[in-house]
Design a protein around this ligand. Structure first.
Ligand code: HEM
Ligand code: HEM
Length: 211
């Protein structure tokens, strides 16, 4: 078994105190992404309100852009930040082996056990350099949602130029629903994620200072 695998199974001790938990590139891309995603959600909700898919609208106070055209400008501006930053994170995550080391494998049995432990307050968070199975699932899931929301966003932005992409997603109207549900999943992730970041001691500090 590799040292990483042993580490994953907690057979070797926690990372020594003072070791870097999140390298600089993870912290930079994480916070740029957080900013871009908040702008995308706020402006996306305003865009949604101009032509709602469901019988509800988002309260204007929590939307961005003021009106449809303003929101579209925000959406298309932050889109570049989101995509370029996201590509840097994905490429470095794959090339550095971070994804392989930290996000896989995900075993269903471990997810169930860790979810139970988390819900009963018995899940240990003492080694922040190792993700538990629920974290792995959620992080990998939100990364995939990021890919889906960008592809469906491109499909509804350029449905003529990118018609093959739009067709793969089931056409313009279906792509709008895909885009919306990906947003809903990311928003749901974010709610849990931010609460956990505030609850788990030192996790927020580690994502800011690296240690
Ligand atoms: C490359 C990235 C993206 C592109 C090109 C894009 C493009 C678009 C376009 C063209 C619309 C208008 C849809 C319509 O007229 O019905 C839209 C709506 C929307 N976007 Fe994005 N988007 C992107 C990323 C995101 C992200 C990251 C989020 C949130 C996490 C998001 C959330 C929304 C929401 C909530 C709507 C309103 C849904 C609707 O009513 O159709 N978008 N987006
Ligand atoms: C502004 C609100 C946010 C806060 C306070 C926050 C906080 C954190 C913290 C403290 C960690 C490290 C926690 C740990 O050890 O598990 C983390 C990791 C992570 N966060 Fe966030 N986050 C925010 C927004 C987001 C958003 C919007 C996304 C994606 C849509 C996101 C995706 C991730 C991912 C994928 C990781 C794991 C990164 C890696 O190890 O490569 N976060 N976040």
């Amino acid at each position: 078994m590799t040292i990483e695998a042993a580490h994953d199974r907690a057979l070797v001790p926690a990372a020594p105190a003072g070791a870097v938990i999140h390298p600089l590139w993870v912290r930079l891309t994480h916070w740029i992404n957080a900013l871009a995603v908040l702008v995308m959600i706020g402006s996306g909700w305003q865009i949604y309100n101009a032509s709602p898919l469901f019988p509800f609208a988002f309260p204007p106070a929590i939307t961005l852009g003021g009106w449809l055209a303003g929101a579209l400008l925000w959406h298309f501006a932050a889109m570049w930040l989101l995509v370029v930053n996201g590509l840097v994170y994905l490429l470095l995550g794959l090339a550095s082996g971070r994804f392989r080391r930290k996000l896989v494998p995900i075993r269903p049995g471990e997810v169930i056990a860790d979810a139970k432990a988390a819900l009963t307050g018995r899940l240990a968070h003492d080694d922040l350099s190792v993700y538990n199975a629920v974290q792995k699932l959620l992080y990998l899931g939100v990364i995939l949602c990021g890919v889906v929301i960008v592809l469906s966003g491109l499909a509804i932005w350029k449905p003529v130029q990118l018609q093959e992409l739009t067709a793969i997603l089931g056409g313009y109207d279906a792509a709008r629903y895909v885009h919306f549900f990906a947003m809903a999943a990311i928003t749901g992730f974010l709610a849990v994620h931010v609460v956990m970041a505030l609850l788990v001691p030192k996790s927020l500090r580690a994502m800011i200072t690296g240690r």
